[in-house]
Write a protein that binds this ligand. Structure first.
Ligand code: UN1
Length: 542
């Protein structure tokens, strides 16, 4: 076996139509490059140019996942005993190396999942910001000294690592989200088995390589590639086998519930970041141009493939027509294409063929639920393309922007996430109705209101049930040091990012140190102070 740092990237061919390399990818288990135990592989394909195969990766088996878990367990005691500031230094090195290689990583992210270069740069920057934040957290990771109720006794709290964490992320933020999870995990002293997203294995492989170059000891982060339904499932099954102490998952609500059940019956902590049907309410006092801009970006930026993307656009009836005229003008002029080859693109292809297929099912569902489709014609082809589509549509998997109006509360499309470029629009009679609609879906991830009435903004802020709220801002764009996560169907209340995520990767250990040399009983041997009642007539004062 070869150590990951003894090699660069093994190029299988440069024969594809764009002269880009096709790489042989590996799992990284205990720092070693490994293939799957049965030799099975899968490929990663550029969704903007389907003929561009990025590489071949192990389709990891149960035995591979077990080997990764063995490595994570073996590495745990040494890593947990490493001083937290030293762990922080390694994390700082990761941030610096990511900065050094940012352009290459950004181009790779765009090639692998089709996000625009600008957005890939945002995702990589979010990973860098996370490293910088947690580098110094390694010098804090504070516990407390607490006063005892007994003399000659001290009380302390310490943060302790949980053990081996299973990390499963989606491919839409393939740099930011695994860093959101693994950087705090390892900062707290845990070790990880990371199941890379099926549609972003090369980027994950490159990131894991950078982690090792940063001085991370072997076995602290172990990377396994594969499908969610096999490799990911083996990792979740290992919770039942007592081999995993934490699962952190970003993905669909259905899979999240399944993982939550497995973790729940084993009393294992789970961080679950799930779907959203994020509402954005526009009120008459809003700056309408600004609101149009925010709704347009929230709905169609990233081709609508963020968990924070706009779902239900709720327009007050008094500004409905004005808003729609401006909004639709923008939607109709949307520039779509491959940002590696075209300038000024708002969004690129779907993340992969699978996401395209699921999106079209979502579009059908919107129509079947009674909404009116006022814009969008499914998958873009050379005979069926919007005015500002750039390039050759047959090369990749691109979608029209879709807009549905006449949407009401009872409809399935009001309640279900459509992961892709589609916005569902409802009309609100007044603020109360708008807030009601914003709360009426089963989800509660992100939310937004556009208003210039401060009281309305305040009432929205306290009345909305969501993990995140934008005031005069779109539903997307959380920063790397604020708590990220949802309520209701969007998650189980755990948070990523900032100081809050530390709760998810550590437990509190309370220690008492009895210095008196004798057994003192809490609550029972505590000195009781008697009241000293003086004979004062307080009523005489009035
Ligand atoms: C996601 O889609 O899973 O807030 C993450 C945002 C980004 C992160 C999205 N910073 O839109």
């Amino acid at each position: 076996m070869v150590h990951v740092l003894e090699t660069g990237f093994e190029i299988l061919s440069t024969e594809n139509p764009h002269g880009k390399p096709m790489v042989k990818g590996y799992n990284i288990i205990n720092g070693q490059l490994t293939s799957s135990s049965d030799g099975a592989t899968f490929t990663s394909i550029n969704p903007a140019i389907l003929a561009d195969t990025l590489g071949e990766f192990p389709l990891s088996t149960k035995a591979d996942v077990n080997a990764a878990l063995d490595a994570a367990h073996a590495a745990f005691p040494g890593w947990a005993a490493t001083p937290a500031p030293t762990r922080g230094q390694i994390i700082g090195n990761m941030g610096r190396l990511l900065m050094e290689h940012k352009d290459a990583i950004v181009a790779l992210e765009t090639r692998e999942i089709g996000k625009t270069l600008k957005e890939s740069a945002g995702s990589v920057q979010e990973a860098i910001d996370t490293c910088h934040f947690f580098q110094s957290e390694g010098r804090r990771l504070y516990g407390q000294t607490v006063n005892s109720e007994l003399p000659d006794k001290e009380l302390f709290t310490y943060r302790r690592p949980l053990g081996v964490c299973g990390i499963i992320n989606a491919c839409n933020f393939p740099a930011a989200v695994p860093f959101w999870k693994m950087i705090p995990a390892i900062m707290c002293g845990n070790t990880c088995v990371w199941k890379s997203p099926q549609d972003a294995p090369l980027l994950s492989f490159a990131l894991a390589r950078i982690m090792h170059e940063s001085g991370l000891p072997d076995g602290v982060i172990n990377l396994v590639h594969g499908k969610g339904s096999t490799t990911g499932q083996y990792l979740v099954d290992a919770v039942d086998e007592g081999r995993v102490n934490k699962i952190s998952f970003t993905g669909s609500t259905a899979v999240g519930k399944m993982i939550g059940e497995v973790c729940g019956r084993n009393l294992v902590s789970a961080s679950l970041e799930l779907g959203g049907k994020n509402p954005l309410l526009v009120m008459p006092s809003a700056n309408i141009d600004n609101a149009v801009e925010g709704a347009y970006w929230g709905g169609f930026g990233t081709a609508g493939q963020r968990c924070t993307s706009l779902g239900n656009l709720i327009l007050h009836k008094d500004i409905y027509d004005e808003f729609m005229e401006k909004f639709m003008a923008k939607v109709k002029s949307t520039t779509i294409g491959d940002s590696l080859h075209q300038e000024g693109v708002l969004y690129g292809p779907m993340l992969s063929e699978k996401y395209a297929k699921d999106f079209l099912i979502g579009v059908e569902m919107c129509n079947a639920s009674g909404a009116r489709q006022i814009w969008g014609k499914g998958r873009i082809s050379n005979d069926n393309k919007p005015e500002n589509f750039l390039g050759d549509a047959t090369e990749g998997v691109f979608m029209w922007p879709h807009v549905f109006d006449n949407v009401t509360e009872g409809m399935e499309c009001f309640n279900e996430e459509v992961f892709g470029p589609a916005v569902t629009i409802c009309k609100a009679n007044d603020f109360e109705h708008g807030l009601h609609l914003a709360n009426a879906s089963p989800y509660g991830l992100s939310s937004a209101i556009y208003t210039n009435d401060r009281l309305e903004a305040y009432r929205f802020k306290i009345g909305i049930k969501a993990g995140m709220t934008g005031i005069n801002n779109s539903t997307t764009g959380a920063e790397a040091h604020l708590p990220f996560g949802g309520v209701k169907g969007s998650g189980n209340g755990t948070r990523e990012s900032g100081i809050w995520v530390i709760e998810a990767y550590s437990y509190w250990h309370a220690v008492n140190d009895e210095l008196s040399g004798k057994l003192q009983l809490a609550q029972m041997d505590v000195e009781e102070i008697e009241l000293v009642e003086a004979d004062v007539d307080y009523s005489a004062l009035g």
